[in-house]
Design a protein around this ligand. Structure first.
Ligand SMILES: Nc1nc2c(ncn2[C@@H]2O[C@H](COP(=O)(O)OP(=O)(O)OP(=O)(O)O)[C@@H](O)[C@H]2O)c(=O)[nH]1
Length: 387
């Protein structure tokens, strides 16, 4: 080879090297741009569920990752409660969006994965060590990146990326971007939780801790839409304590407050996880029973009535307070479902309220079913008022 063709070959090799560097730079730039876009969306996520969907789905799609899972510490089941409240029970698509999320009661399954809380751990997939993080089924993974999530120096969870490409997450690879992602995700999770707490505080009744009327109104519309969509039953109970004024007058307002707290507890104890109880105001409570046929709803109402009136309540101050409740029951009539969900929800509550009025008018301490709730027996309960 003469010197000119040597030079040409060298030139060609240099050009190829330059082109490959340019390709890499462009690819990094593109990655960075996508990363920044996603970062903005993570920071802007409006709820915990939105944030988790972004992490588990959109991040995976945007970066072509084969498998993304997330483990989060949820000692007090606060996060699971938030997600349950937001997620319609029957929406399979919604549920699938949060596939890959594990809520942990303790840090045990993840704490040994990280040497320190600032560095992601990259390397080959290890069946024994990593399978529990990715679960089954997952693609045949060859390399993984595990990102510790921490707040105020403490581990709060971990984000796991798995790839079928053994060279995607090599031990020696740079981790700057992943470190930055872990830091952002940790802050976003903390923010989302705080935001949800604030939101929740605005939807809870301060005295009894159950939901407030505002939440109930929102929830009842969701439940009505679900009932229409899936042709499910939906029952509503309207409860009003009997002669509560007498309780206040005889035992004092503080004792009255304690009675309301106990009653909220008693009602809640009779319900399933998907049911909703709220304090409607004063000494009135409302309950929504999704997927409860009329007879079942009536049984629940009767159970609540009995558990309140069976024995006088003993308050923390030692007072023994006899109390009873009147309950109106209404069913969402699946045969007349024209109208929008808000007006149907309002109609359902009005029906239950009218039934309650009749329970009061016919002697209190009883369950009365709305006239519209076809085929239900009229009234349950003793003929004689408890007071
Ligand atoms: N302690 C306490 N009392 C409350 C609260 N909210 C409303 N009340 C009282 O609940 C009582 C409701 O009285 P009424 O509407 O006359 O009804 P009632 O005495 O329960 O009689 P009936 O409903 O007809 O059986 C009033 O004395 C209110 O002051 C509260 O947050 N705490």
């Amino acid at each position: 080879m003469d010197s000119s063709s040597e030079l040409q070959a060298e030139n060609q090799a240099l050009r190829q090297q330059l082109e490959s560097l340019l390709r890499e730079a462009r690819s990094n730039e593109d990655k960075m741009r996508r990363f920044e876009q996603l970062e903005h969306r993570l920071i802007g996520a409006r709820s915990m569920a939105d944030l988790l969907r972004l992490l588990l789905n959109e991040y995976r799609q945007s970066f072509g990752i084969d498998c993304v899972t997330l483990a989060l510490l949820d000692r007090d089941q606060e996060t699971s409660g938030l997600l349950d409240a937001e997620r319609p029970r029957d929406d399979q698509a919604e549920r699938a969006q949060l596939d890959g999320l594990t809520l942990l009661h303790s840090l045990k399954p993840i704490e040994s994965l990280f040497q320190d809380l600032t560095h992601p751990s990259l390397g080959p997939f290890n069946e024994g060590l990593h399978r529990p993080l990715f679960g089954t089924p997952s693609p045949a993974l060859a390399s993984v990146a595990l990102l510790p999530l921490s707040r105020h120096g403490e581990l709060i969870g971990s984000l796991h990326f798995g790839s079928t490409d053994p060279s995607r997450y090599e031990r020696a690879a740079g981790t700057q971007l992943l470190q930055r992602l872990a830091a952002i995700v940790s802050v976003c999770l903390d923010n989302a939780l705080n935001h949800e707490r604030l939101k929740r505080a605005g939807l809870s009744d301060m005295l009894t801790g159950v939901h407030n009327r505002r939440y109930f109104e929102h929830r009842s519309q969701i439940e009505v839409s679900q009932a229409r969509r899936y042709q499910h039953d939906l029952a509503c109970l309207f409860l009003d304590l009997d002669h509560f004024k007498t309780v206040n007058d005889s035992f004092g307002h503080a004792a009255g407050d304690a009675v309301l707290q106990k009653i909220a507890h008693i009602i809640q104890a009779q319900l399933r996880a998907g049911d909703t109880v709220a304090r409607f105001g004063g000494e009135e409570f409302v309950v929504l029973l999704p997927q409860a046929p009329a007879q079942h709803a009536r049984d629940i109402a009767e159970r609540i009535r009995l558990s309140i009136s069976a024995e006088p309540l003993t308050l923390p101050g030692g007072e023994v307070v006899p109390i009873s409740v009147s309950i109106g029951l209404a069913m969402l009539g699946l045969s007349h479902l024209s109208g929008d969900s808000p007006s149907l929800a309002q109609g359902l509550v009005n029906d239950a309220d009218r039934a309650l009025y009749r329970a009061k008018a016919t002697g209190r301490n009883r369950v009365t079913c709305s006239a519209a709730s076809d085929k239900l027996g009229e009234t349950l309960g003793p003929q004689k008022n408890a007071h």
